[in-house]
Each structure stands twice: as C-alpha cells, then as structure tokens.
Design a protein around this ligand. Structure first.
Ligand code: GDP
Length: 287
C-alpha cells in the first residue's frame, strides 16, 4: 500500500506501542482481542514481539459473524501452538463469563509459587489489547457489568485510568491498548474494510466491493446464488447487474445505481444476511 494509506492510522497509535510495552509489564496476563472473521488481519504485526513472554489469552470476538468451520480451524491451530483461546460474542456476552476462570487457571501456578514463597495474596491484573473496532470497549462494558467497583488510580498508570474489579482477586485496566492493524498487505486492507474495521471511503468502495464479490464467489458460491442469484461463472458486471436489478437500484435514466449496490453488498455482509463469513483463510497462515 502507498504511504498515503499508511496515514489511515493516527500517529498516536504508532507511539502507543512503546507505552503498551511499558504498561504490559504491570500485567499478570494480557487479553488479545481478534476479529473471529479475520484472526490474521486483525492481529497487530508487532504485538507478539512485545508480549510473547506474557501469559496471554487470544479472544476471537464477533464469533456470531464468523464462519464456524473456518473459525474453529484457526482456534485449533492456535491451541496446537500452545495459545489459550476462547471464541466470544462481546455484544451479547456469549462466553464472556469463561474469561476469568480461564485466566485464573492460567495463572494458578504463578500464584501458588508466590504463595509458597510466603508472598501475600494479591489481585491479578490484566488488560485488553486490539486494533480499532475489534470490540474492546464492548467487552470492557460487558465485563464491568458483573463487577461492582472500580478501584482507585494506581501509581505508574496514567491518571485517568482505573482498574475494574472482576471478582475478588482479579482486576482489569479500564482503558484498552489500541494498536494499528497490518496495512502493508492490500488483502488485509480489503478484509478490514469489508468488515468495517476501517472506515468506509478509506479504500475506494468499488474496489472493496469487487474484492468482496470475487471472494464470495470463490468461497461462498451457494450463499450468493441464494441471495442474489449469482452463478459461479458470472463476471463482475453481471454480478452487479443482477444485484442492482433484484434490489431495484436504478437511477432515473434506468442506469444502475452502483453506489447503492455497493452499500447493499457491504450491509448484507456485515449484518449476516449471507450467514457467518470468514475473510482470512487457514491456507493464508504462513507458519
Ligand atoms: P473498539 O474500538 O475495539 O472498542 O470496538 P467497539 O467495542 O466500539 O466495537 C465496535 C463495533 O463492533 C460496535 O458496533 C460493537 O457493537 C460491535 N461488536 C463488538 N463486539 C461484537 C460481537 O461480538 N458481535 C457483533 N456482532 N458485534 C460486536
């Protein structure tokens, strides 16, 4: 991608990596939020470098929107690599209650070690990290629903930040770490645009929709056949023509209203009108 496109992401996000590295030093465990539809594209390229030594949970959020089969293949892959994972839907709270028990299980050995050394029991600390729009605030809200109190500011952490008590001995930083996604790979840019992780219009909408339709035609032919009567051999023009006519996207002179067609396709994808979809494929894993 061009340098212009690098400016999608505000400068403060780049500076934040160092800050996040510092902050994670205070944590017993970090929670990395990924988009279940694109677990590769929604991973910050530098994150693993700075937190690889930390106990970690990989959360696949927006499980409700993903293609179960593809999502489960990724989950299995990460589990085999030794990661702790959970698939969740932060919007409805599905599986969110499993996060704390898993964190406690992961940290049990460390706590037992500390206890055996005669150290006083203490609260476990965690924070959420992820790219914009992956659902960090939604998850923090969901987790704080079940928590009664916010504890006071802690030295070493920016003043405005507080800890949310999750149960007796577990605390969550109320401000997530915001990181930029990968942007060097055009494919990643398209995946982020299709799912709404980056604002519409950052990439040309027509290119995003062309990419999406080609992708659906390759990976989900039966879904677009059912919804738009698109056949596998249809050209891009035919696909747009079929959707336009089916949905009455016509301008006054009778020409197709492409802008409306683009919006319909993106809205259908994002609102699950085509079923659960995944945009990263397991074949793209480079390890
Ligand atoms: P943040 O920028 O990472 O804090 O993301 P937000 O928490 O603001 O979420 C971005 C959008 O994703 C919002 O519209 C949320 O309602 C939506 N969202 C978050 N989690 C889920 C989820 O699990 N499923 C679905 N369908 N939407 C979600």
């Amino acid at each position: 991608m061009t340098t212009k496109q690098i400016q999608w992401f505000p400068g403060h996000m780049f500076k934040s990596l160092r800050e996040i590295k510092e902050r994670t030093k205070l944590m017993d465990l970090v929670i990395v939020l990924l988009d279940a539809r694109l677990p590769l594209s929604s991973m910050n390229p530098k994150l693993m470098e700075i937190i690889h030594h930390k106990p970690m949970i990989l959360l696949f959020n927006k499980m409700d929107l993903a293609d179960d089969k593809v999502m489960n293949t990724f989950l299995k892959h990460y589990q085999q690599q030794g990661f702790y994972t959970l698939k969740i839907d932060a919007a409805t709270g599905r599986n969110v209650s499993k996060i704390r028990p898993l964190a406690e299980q992961i940290l049990k050995e460390k706590l037992d070690r500390e206890k055996n050394k005669g150290l006083k029991p203490r609260a476990l600390r965690t924070m959420i990290l992820g790219i914009p729009n992956v659902g960090k605030s939604t998850l923090i809200n969901q987790l704080s629903k079940s928590s009664a109190t916010k504890t006071a500011n802690t030295p070493g952490v920016t003043k405005s930040q507080q800890w949310i008590k999750l149960g007796q001995d577990f605390e969550l930083l109320d401000t997530p770490g915001v990181l930029w996604p990968k942007f060097e790979d055009p494919k990643v840019g398209f995946h982020l645009a299709i799912t709404g992780a980056i604002r519409d219009k950052i990439l040309p909408e027509e290119e995003v929709v062309y990419y999406a339709l080609n992708y659906l035609q390759t990976h989900y032919p039966e879904r677009i056949k059912k919804r738009y009567d698109i056949d596998q051999e249809d050209s891009l023009e035919t696909m747009l023509d079929k959707i336009g006519k089916l949905r009455g996207c016509l301008l006054k002179g009778g020409d197709l209203d492409y802008e409306r067609i683009y919006h319909i396709v993106l809205a259908d994808i994002r609102n699950k009108q085509l079923g659960g979809l995944s945009f990263d494929r397991f074949e793209d894993v480079s390890v």
